[in-house]
Ligand binder design. Structure first.
Ligand SMILES: [Zn+2]
Length: 312
């Protein structure tokens, strides 16, 4: 089968590799689409925790040998620890993600545990299903934020996470939703999803602020626009560190929180939430088109709303 193999930093090769063989508790998926997001373009520049050589892609959508249309729930954990037994599998010491710690969906086929298969309704197109994985992240963050119906909401970044937050906020009845992004194309989609203010830069003060880029600049902006006593939720990974004036955080009683991936329940909720998405928001890429798009993201060009590999 064909696969895009991350050999090393900035080396992504299209290769012919052996098709993976499923074990008894695994299933072989024919990949239909695999979403491309922040973790993939950042991994091209810095593979980090990924074992090399590696096939990236954790937003996997495919068809099983019995013809079922499926999304892959990529999080794996021990199932036995205090975190796993209380539904916080992403905090398990043994957590792994298919497509990060093991080979993922930048290929024509993938082998995944049977338990990771989440069946998709016939009413959801493959293109709409591309939004399931980022929207599951957004639902986890939205639930952790515990927003009040009167809260003003600001979202920094209108990629898959930001758009999922707009959809989650709207489905919870919120109408005061401000979002910012450098891309007018992404802002147009955020507006269609129900954001009330769409700007290239965020101003003002908000009760709850979600930060989805993860750059130092963007995180500082998020803290700055969080009201005294408000909540600032961090989801982006662009930079590992941040220098903050913690005395000011203390005096202003700001709540800084991190949120990471999702549970299986969030994934199922995201399948419903993704129904509001238009298939036209997805740009389908052939194998050879993936690397140029990852590099354009690295250069700060986010003109594409959501990219996905079509390996067929
Ligand atoms: Zn565990």
């Amino acid at each position: 089968m064909k696969a895009l193999v991350l050999e090393d930093k900035n080396i992504l090769d299209l290769k012919e590799v052996a098709s993976p063989e499923p074990k008894a508790d695994e299933v072989l998926l024919k990949i239909e689409l695999c979403s491309i997001g922040g973790s993939e373009y950042m991994a091209l520049a810095n593979p980090g925790i990924r074992p090399l050589p590696h096939i990236m892609g954790h937003g996997i959508l495919g068809t099983t040998s019995s013809g079922a249309r499926a999304a892959v729930y990529p999080l794996q954990s021990c199932s036995n620890c205090d975190y796993c037994t209380t539904g916080l599998m992403q905090l398990c010491d043994m957590w792994t993600l298919i497509g990060v710690h093991s080979d993922g969906g930048f290929a024509q086929q993938v082998v995944v545990p049977k338990s990771s298969i989440v069946e998709l309704p016939k009413t959801l197109s493959w293109e709409q299903a591309v939004f399931v994985e980022p929207f599951a992240n957004a639902i986890n963050a939205w639930e952790i934020a515990k927003t009040d119906s009167k809260n003003s909401i600001a979202i920094i970044g209108a990629g898959g996470l930001g758009l999922g937050l707009v959809a989650a906020a709207r489905s919870s009845g919120h109408t005061d939703i401000a979002i910012c992004d450098p891309s007018a194309t992404r802002l147009d989609v955020a507006f269609k999803l129900g954001a009330s203010s769409c700007l290239d830069e965020q101003h003002g003060q908000y009760d709850v602020v979600f930060e989805t880029f993860g750059s130092i600049e963007s995180r500082n902006k998020a803290i700055e626009i969080t009201k005294k006593g408000g909540k600032c939720i961090f989801m982006g990974f662009a930079s590992p560190n941040l220098d903050i004036n913690i005395s000011e955080i203390i005096r202003h009683q700001k709540h800084l929180m991190g949120t990471f991936v999702y549970t299986r329940e969030h994934f199922k909720k995201a399948i419903q939430l993704a129904e509001v998405c238009s298939p036209e928001w997805v740009t389908k890429l052939s194998f050879v088109e993936v690397e140029p798009v990852l590099k354009s993201y690295l250069n700060g060009d986010f003109g594409i709303v959501k990219a996905a590999l079509n390996p067929n």
